[in-house]
Design a protein. Structure first.
Lengths: 349, 349, 349
C-alpha cells in the first residue's frame, strides 16, 4: 500500500561511499548503493546474479561493485562486467534503480524505471542556502509508514507525547485548519499570545531575541507525495505579525520528515530540522539534533506499539476526527495516486 | 480451548495502582487495568478508540484513564469521557470487563459480561485469617495452560523434577486416589511412616515441632474450574492421625495455583503458598516464597520444553496413566463446561 | 529435499556420554543420543512416550535413559523398561535409530531402519593411522545444506572469501576439471609454479621443508552421498611431481566436511582437517583447528546471508557456471538417489 513510481529518500549522502556498499530494503526491494569511480551513486538489486549473495556483502574496487563470494563485477547498469575466468555475456542483468543525489540525500525510484522523472524531484529552498543550517538522523520504525504521516499531520499529540519539550496545552485548544491543494495537504495551527514551550523559549535566546515573553506560535504541516512532510514551526513575539513578523521578532525552522516504506509494516524515517537562526553554530546544530532525536524516539515507541495493537484488534476501525484531517486527507491523496499508478497513468508531478 | 464465562485471576492486587495502568493479555484479549478515584479496579480493552494505541501506555489522572497519544479520557464503563477540543458522544465504547478484587487478587470475567456472577467467585478460608500467612509470585509460561493442570494434579513428578527439595521416592511408590465431585476433581495421596523431605523436615522445626522423625505425609490436590488448583500439603508425626492429627503434631499449608490462559500456547501462573504455622514470621514467608519460586521455575522449564516438543511431534498422543487421572479428569470437566458454554448455557457455579 | 536412507554424522564421539543425554535434530527428527552400560551409543526419538518431554532433558542412570519428568526408563530399542508404580507393557515404542560409531563420530540412519546397512558406511584411510592427525569442530548453519556443497565443490571462492589465509588469484585463473564416477563427484584443480598462500607456506615450514619457494598446489574435492566432502589439499615444491611428489617435497592433508541437514533451511556442519605431517604435534593440531574454524566461520556468514537473500528474491534462478559444475553435479546425484529412495529402491552403496 505505497506508491512506487516516485522518488523516495534511500540514504543520507554520507552513508554511501566509494569503499563499502550499503544494503537497504526500500518498498520491499533489497537494494545495494555505492559510489562509482566518478563519485556518482548507483543503486542495484542487492543480489549477485551468480549465486544470489547480497552484493552489499562485497566491496567497491576502483568504482566497481564486486561480489564478496566469487569476485563477480557488476556495472552501474546492472550488467555483469567480469568474473574471473568466466565469459559473462549471457549473465542476466539485475535491476538498476534510477537514483539521484539531491539536498544531501540519495533518492531512489523503486518503480518502473522508464517513468522516472528527475523533474518530479521536490526542491527545498533551505538546501545549500548559507542562511540555513540542517541536522538530522535516521530511525528504523516497525510500523506502517502511514501511521507516521498521521502522527506528523496532527501535532496535538505533542501535548501528550512530548509534554516536557515542545508540548503545551494550547496546541490541543487551538483548532487547526486543513487544506488540500492538488496533491498537497496542509494543516495549519496558529496559537496567539501563548507562553513559548521550552524548546522555543530557548531558541529565542539562542537567536539573541527576548525570552520569557508571550509569543505567537505557528505550525504549518505540509504533506507531499509519496510521504514527505515538512513542518514550518516557529514563534514570534506576540503581536509582531506571527509567521510574517520581521526577523528581529521571530525564530523558526522546518522540521523535515522523509518517510520511506521498507515493508508493509516498517519504514525508514529520515528526520531533521532546518533552521534559519545561528546557521554557523555547529554546537547548536548538534544540540538540536540530539533533542529532536530524543523527541522523535518517543514517537517511535508510540508507533511501534500502535502498529502491534492494531494487529491485535484486527476488527476495529480507528476514528477520523477533526484533528486527524491532515492524516486522513494525506492518505486519500496516496490512495488516489496509487489507483492511478496501478492503472498505469503517470504519477504525481 | 479455555472457558471464558468464568473468573480468572488477572493480577495481584498490588500490581494495579492509581498511577500507572497495567496491560495484560487474558484469554487472548489485551486488557488494561487501573484503579479509579475510589480505588476500585477497572478493566477495559487495551485499545484507545481514537487511534488504537494501548491505553496501558497512558496514565491515570485523578482516577481517569488517559491515553498517552492525544489525551483521550475513558471511563470505567468503556465510554469516552472527554478529549481535548473534540465532541466525544459518537465515540465507540470499548469493552469493560467485569472485575472483582478478592483474596488479594484482581479477578476478570473475559467472556459474556451479562453472565458475570460474583457469587460464582470461589472463596478461600485462609484469606484474611490471622492464623494464616501467604506469599507467592507470578510466572509467564509459554505452554498450554492444561499442561500446568496435568503437572499439578500429578505430584509424582516431584520425585524427579524436585528431587532436591520436596521430592521423595515414596511419592512414586504410593498409589493416589482420584475422585470427581461435580466440577471438582480431587487427587489424594497419603504416605505413612516416611522420612520427611527437606522442606517439610525444616517446616517441623520452624513450627517448633520435633524434626528428623518418621512422618505421615499427605497431598490433596483439588482442581476447580476454570483452572484453579489448591493443594493441601503437610506432614504429621507418624501415627498421630495424619491430616487429622492435633496441631502439636502437624504442619501443613495450601499450595495455591491460579492458572490463567494468555494465548493458546501461553499462560500466567500465579503461584503461592498459604500456611498456618508461624503466620507472623515474614522472614519465613519470604524464605518459603523464594524456595517455592525456585521449585516452580523447574516446572516452568519442563512445561515450555514439553510444549515445544509436542509441537515437534504433532502425530503423537500422550499416555493417560493412573497417575495422570487427576489431569485427565480435570480436562474432561473443562471440555464438558466448554461445550455448555459454547451452547450458551450458564457456566459452573 | 535430502536423503534419509543413509548414514549421517550426528555427533562427534566425545559429545555423547554415559552421563548426560544429547538432543539434536537430524533431518527434521529430534533425536536423543546417549551411551548405554556397555558404552555403546543409542539413538531414539527425543520424546518420552508418557507426556512428551524431550528425553534429552533427562539423565542416564546405570546405562538407562530416564525421563526427567516422571522417571520413565526407556531401553535402547525404544521400549519402555519401567516406570515407578506403572505397568509398562502397553506403552508405545519410540523409534530407535540405527547408529554406528566410526572414525570418531556417531553416525545415524534417519530413514527406514530395515534398510540400514553398516557396509554402506564410508571408510577413511586417515582414521586410526598414526601417520595422521585430526582436528575439527562443529558449526550450526542456518542454510540449506546444499549451499554448503556448492561452496565446497567450488573453491574459487577462497580467493574472495578467504583472501587473507588460503585464497590466491591463481585459483580463479586455473580451470578446474569435474568428473562423475558413479555416485561420486570429483573436482580437481592443479596450479603449477605458484606462490604458496600463507597457510601452506607455513605448513612447509612446520614439516621442516623449504619455505618461500614456488610450489605446485592441488585441490581435489570429492563429494559422496549423502553430503560428505573430502578435499585433498597440498603443495609440493614446483616440478617435483605435485600430488605424486616424494614425501620430502610435499605437505598435504584432507579437509573433512560432514554435512548433516537439520531442517530444510539449516544444517550441522562437522568440519575438520586430517594431515599427514607432524602428526604428534598437538599444539599444531590446535593451531590449525583454530585457523580453520575462523576460515569456515567466514563461509558460515556467507551461506546464512545467501540463504536469506534467496528467500528475498524467490523468483530468481542462480547461475550454473563452469566453476559450479562440482556443486551442480553433486546436486544431480542427490536428486537421482532421492527419486530412487522415494521409489523404495535401495540407496547408494
Amino acid at each position: 500500500m505505497f506508491l512506487t513510481d516516485t522518488w523516495y529518500v534511500a540514504a543520507r549522502s554520507d552513508e554511501v561511499t566509494a569503499d563499502h556498499p550499503l544494503g537497504r530494503t526500500i518498498c520491499r526491494k533489497p537494494i545495494v548503493m555505492y559510489r562509482d569511480a566518478t563519485g556518482a551513486v548507483a543503486a542495484l538489486d542487492d543480489f549477485c546474479p551468480h549465486r544470489g549473495l547480497p552484493l552489499s556483502m562485497g566491496t567497491v574496487r576502483e568504482g566497481l561493485l564486486t561480489c564478496g563470494y566469487h569476485g563477480l563485477v557488476v556495472g552501474r547498469d546492472g550488467c555483469t562486467v567480469s568474473m574471473p575466468a568466466q565469459r559473462v555475456q549471457g549473465f542476466p542483468r539485475i535491476h538498476s534503480f534510477p537514483v539521484l543525489e539531491r539536498h544531501g540525500f540519495i533518492w531512489i525510484w523503486p518503480g518502473e524505471a522508464s517513468r522516472a522523472d528527475p523533474s518530479r524531484m521536490p526542491d527545498y529552498a533551505w538546501q545549500g542556502n548559507p542562511a540555513w543550517a540542517y541536522g538530522g538522523g535516521l530511525y528504523h520504525v516497525k510500523a506502517d509508514y502511514r501511521l507516521m504521516i498521521d502522527n506528523l499531520m496532527d501535532l496535538t499529540h505533542e501535548t501528550w507525547v512530548h509534554a516536557a519539550s515542545i508540548g503545551q496545552s494550547e496546541i490541543d485548544e487551538t483548532p487547526c485548519e486543513t487544506m488540500v491543494e492538488g496533491d498537497e495537504v496542509i494543516t495549519r495551527r496558529l496559537m496567539q499570545g501563548v507562553r513559548a514551550p521550552h524548546f522555543w523559549n530557548e531558541a529565542l535566546g539562542w537567536a539573541g531575541l527576548q525570552k520569557d515573553v508571550p509569543v505567537d506560535r505557528w505550525q504549518v504541516c505540509r504533506f507531499t507525495p509519496p510521504s514527505h512532510i515538512l513542518i514550518e514551526v516557529g514563534v514570534a513575539h506576540a503581536g509582531t505579525g506571527g509567521a510574517a513578523a520581521p526577523a528581529e521578532h521571530k525564530v523558526y525552522g522546518i522540521v523535515v520528515d522523509f518517510i520511506t516504506p521498507e515493508t508493509d509494516g516498517s519504514m525508514w524515517y529520515f528526520w531533521g530540522m532546518a533552521r534559519n537562526f545561528c546557521p554557523n553554530d555547529e554546537t547548536l546544530t548538534e544540540r538540536i539534533r540530539e533533542g529532536q532525536g530524543a523527541i522523535f524516539a518517543q514517537d517511535l515507541a508510540i508507533l511501534e506499539r500502535q502498529q502491534a495493537n492494531l494487529a491485535a484488534f484486527p476488527d476495529r476501525r480507528i476514528l477520523k476526527l477533526d484533528i486527524d484531517a491532515g492524516g486522513v486527507r494525506s492518505r486519500r491523496v496516496i490512495e488516489r495516486l496509487l489507483a492511478a499508478e496501478q492503472a498505469g497513468a503517470p504519477g504525481p508531478t
